[in-house]
Design a protein around this ligand. Structure first.
Ligand code: PGA
Length: 254
């Protein structure tokens, strides 16, 4: 931390937790926060099926909701899909877009992700736009090249006025669900590159408020050293967000 961007701790539950389990987690989290509030914005991206129940459960709390994905089309014959309006209606303020699992398992490319980013902004959702290199790309020293392409194409036609509504999540693919975290220095280096890249397009003033968050095997043990970096304004947490005790330790980072 260290810049003027908002601190965001986001939980990505992926395909985990029933409605009952989601409510139980949210209730205990709310309880813990009422006893010991935190200054970071806390965001939970549960499976779609839990959103409606969590909207009610978290109504009077500071915890915010996110979708894990959405379709770029506002409505229509799209069996199995969910629109941005539906996410807003179900209580979401954010939507994760371009997650590497979407890129890998569902063939999402930069162009499609860009269409989703634009659609989210149009309907008033804040995109949590995910980028990150694969292991082979890092080993081939192509990390910054990949990041540049993903930023350029994924943010195509995003205006200077809209850039501050976007949260950028740097998630090196080799660190997701593998237990291998980028070192705080590796994460800081890429975050710095992202901020400079955005500064050139949008100008420092607009970009200063953009939160750059890190994701990939974040846990209770490594959170403090990650958050100590000036360019890391938050984290996107998968597995370690499923367990309340470890998530509480993460949101209470020091
Ligand atoms: P992980 O997942 O914390 O389990 O590595 C992070 C993510 O995919 O957002």
């Amino acid at each position: 931390m260290g810049n003027m961007a908002e601190t965001i701790i986001a939980a990505n539950w992926k395909m985990h937790k029933t409605i009952g389990q989601s409510i139980e987690f949210a209730r205990s989290l709310k309880d813990a926060l009422s006893k010991k509030p935190v200054s970071a914005a806390i965001v939970i991206a549960p499976p779609f099926t839990s959103l409606g129940a969590l909207k009610l459960e978290l109504k009077d709390s500071a915890v915010l909701l996110a979708g894990q994905n959405m379709n770029a089309v506002p409505q229509g014959a799209m069996t199995g899909e969910i629109s941005g309006e539906m996410l807003l209606d179900a209580g979401c303020k954010y939507c994760i877009l371009g997650h590497s699992e979407r890129r890998l398992h569902f063939g999402e490319d930069d162009r499609l992700i860009n269409a989703k980013v634009i659609a989210a902004l149009e309907c008033g959702l804040k995109p949590v736009f995910c980028i990150g290199e694969k292991l082979a790309e890092r080993e081939a020293a192509a990390t910054l090249q990949v990041i540049s392409r993903q930023l350029k194409e994924g943010l195509n036609k995003v205006s200077a006025g809209d850039i501050k509504k976007i949260v950028i999540a740097y998630e090196p693919v080799w660190a997701i669900g593998t237990g291998k975290t980028a070192t705080p220095q590796q994460a800081q280096e890429v975050h710095l590159f992202i901020r400079k890249f955005l500064n050139e397009i949008y100008g420092e003033k607009e970009v200063a408020g953009v939160s750059l968050i890190y994701g990939g095997s974040v846990n209770a043990e490594n959170i403090d050293s990650l958050m100590a970096q000036t360019e890391i304004s938050g984290v996107l947490v998968g597995s370690a967000s499923l367990d309340l005790a470890s998530f509480l330790r993460i949101i209470n980072f020091q």
